[in-house]
Design a protein around this ligand. Structure first.
Ligand SMILES: [Zn+2]
Ligand SMILES: [Zn+2]
Ligand SMILES: [Zn+2]
Ligand SMILES: [Zn+2]
Ligand SMILES: [Zn+2]
Ligand SMILES: [Zn+2]
Length: 221
């Protein structure tokens, strides 16, 4: 019923008013209400001065001396003021916001003995340490029941020389292996001087990868 009725927007208070009541409302509104020039709110005309004094007169934050409208003071004191007190989450000390960052930097660098592993751990690393410290302990205690650690050999790396992929822990060994994937000219020199085991020589250099790289090169030129 209500939302079927046509409405007008009152130019005075900007409310939607039913058309049937509009004339009456507007007269009433313009007589008793006016828009605050500072915030645009509809305010009883007789209270406008009081409203502007309470909300929009200039004041200063008692803590940081910053100038602002009265209505902004509450938010400023609780969320913005650089002098508002904040609690250091390392030592629970209360101190002004502007000091907090520096304090936490120093405070979090203090160390405390971890009673699980008997090592000194910085306070800011404790959360992370607690996780890994307990995880290590869990692995030790659960290794009897589980046969293989879940994360083993998870990361792989691609060799730039031969495009073959290896477990990350093996790639360095592979890349520094002179018999691995070096170009043949260099490899022959190595071979004649040090004579490596022939079975290892071509281990990572499958003809398929070699062919692919060659054709890619020739098509570009
Ligand atoms: Zn109105
Ligand atoms: Zn206002
Ligand atoms: Zn302030
Ligand atoms: Zn602290
Ligand atoms: Zn520990
Ligand atoms: Zn290789």
């Amino acid at each position: 019923m209500d939302n079927k009725e046509a409405t007008h927007t009152c130019g005075q208070c900007l409310k939607e008013v039913a058309e049937a009541n509009f004339a009456l409302h507007e007269t009433h509104c313009s007589r008793f209400l006016c828009l605050c020039p500072d915030c645009g709110e509809a305010v009883p005309r007789e209270q406008l001065d009081q409203h502007r004094e309470e909300e929009h007169s200039q004041t200063r934050c008692k803590k940081c001396n910053q100038k602002m409208e009265r209505c902004q003071l509450k938010d400023h004191e609780s969320d913005e003021c650089v002098q508002r007190l904040q609690t250091c989450h390392f030592c629970d000390l209360e101190l002004p916001q502007w000091e907090l960052d520096q304090h936490c930097l120093a405070c979090g660098s203090r160390t405390e003995l971890c009673c699980d592993c008997s090592r000194y751990v910085r306070l800011k690393d404790q959360q992370e340490h607690h996780r890994t410290c307990l995880a290590t302990n869990n692995n030790i205690t659960s290794s009897q029941t589980t046969s293989a650690p879940p994360n083993q050999a998870k990361e792989t790396a691609i060799c730039d020389g031969c495009m073959a992929s290896f477990p990350a822990e093996d790639i360095e060994k592979h890349e520094t292996d002179p018999t691995g994937h070096w170009v043949s000219g260099v490899k022959e020199e190595i071979q004649t001087s040090s004579t490596p085991a022939p079975t290892v020589t071509w281990s990572c250099r499958s003809s398929r990868y070699g062919g692919m790289r060659q054709s890619a090169k020739s098509s570009r030129t």
